[in-house]
Design a protein around this ligand. Structure first.
Ligand code: 2P0
Length: 331
């Protein structure tokens, strides 16, 4: 009997080597590869149910009907599954994030990874992880990485059809116990989403070509830092890739600035901690939250320091998370 209702869970992820820019917008193919870690305590749970009477997919986000642009994005994603499976069914999709949405915490990553898994299941597709990653990428580039737990590399790929633009797992979370402390400095939605921000940088930044060209060595070095568990190298490279991406973003026209004043205060506090001998590094996505990367033994001290900074609303602590997975289903 076919499964008619399924629930999947996927974790968010944070890139240590950043993705910014597309080589094909239609298939959402990245212009650069990226490397991320998957985050245990930030996740999306998505239930999807086949409803015979529906004429289009219905989406509820965090307990409310989704906004028009969110529903449209999800409906065109679901069209991919209808095309792939040859099944014309429509569904009700109920999705919950356990963290602030659209505030630079990669909500689209966990959302489209969970949706890819749950939707593949109700559409009767026996998808491999690689196929799920390829599908998730078409929803959101960073979602391709959230299919896997631990340390993940997103391949830029070179094919026009995009089947080699998928993520792979470099190492499971057990390989190296890292911690992330996320300093929340604002819970407002960002003004410019990543997709629009990328388009603007591609079109207008004089640094865009240099960004694309210089990404491969970053990927190679980060991969070896992870395999060799070289924390200093991982941290220095993560900061380099982060600042390089934000430099690119700021050099667009009009320039984008995802940070607020507290973002900068937290960066300085992390540098100061390091000057005093604590191994901690920062990275920041397309938003104002600062993620401090550290080792388990230092988390209490770093958390104490960061939560004292005026403007830091709260700190979310997380170890690395596991693969996206099915957590419930009905036939
Ligand atoms: C990353 N970001 O590597 C980079 C760093 C944000 C900053 O991937 O257009 O929402 O849906 O493919 O995946 C966020 O971009 O963009 C992102 P789309 P996505 O994590």
């Amino acid at each position: 009997m076919n499964v008619t209702k399924t629930t999947a869970l996927a974790h968010s992820n944070i890139a240590l080597v950043k993705y910014w820019g597309k080589r094909n917008t239609q298939l959402n193919l990245p212009a650069v590869g990226s490397i991320s870690i998957n985050l245990e305590n930030l996740h999306t749970t998505t239930s999807i149910e086949v409803k015979e009477h529906l004429k289009s997919d219905e989406l509820f986000l965090n307990g409310n009907p989704a906004k028009k642009h969110e529903s449209e994005r999800v409906r065109s994603f679901m069209d991919l599954l209808r095309k792939k499976s040859g099944n014309k069914i429509f569904t009700e999709i109920i999705s919950h994030n356990n963290f602030p949405t659209s505030a630079g915490l990669a909500s689209s990553a966990s959302a489209f990874a969970a949706l890819s898994l749950a939707a593949s299941c109700v559409f009767g597709l026996q998808s491999s992880k690689e196929e799920l990653s390829e599908l998730a990428r078409q929803g959101s580039g960073s979602a391709a990485r959230s299919i896997y737990g631990g340390f993940v590399e997103m391949k830029k790929g070179s094919r026009h059809d995009g089947i080699d633009a998928v993520a792979i797992q470099l190492a499971p979370k057990e390989h190296w116990e890292l911690r992330l402390l996320i300093a929340i400095t604002s819970e407002s939605k960002k003004e410019t989403g990543s997709t629009d921000g990328m388009k603007l940088s591609e079109k207008t930044s004089p640094y865009y070509k240099g960004w694309v060209k210089s990404s491969t060595p970053d990927i190679d070095e980060m991969r070896s830092a992870i395999y060799n568990k070289d924390f200093q190298k991982l941290g220095e490279l993560a900061e380099f890739s982060c600042l390089k991406m934000h430099g690119l973003v700021m050099s667009s026209r009009p320039g984008l600035l995802y940070w607020n004043g507290t973002t900068i205060e937290v960066i300085h506090a992390i540098k100061e901690l390091r000057r005093r001998g604590t191994a901690v590094y920062f990275t920041i996505d397309a938003g104002p939250q600062v993620k401090a990367i550290c080792l388990p033994k230092d988390t209490i001290q770093i958390k104490k320091e960061l939560e004292q900074i005026p403007g830091v609303k709260k700190i979310i602590e997380t170890p690395l998370g596991g693969d996206a997975r099915i957590i419930g289903g009905e036939s």
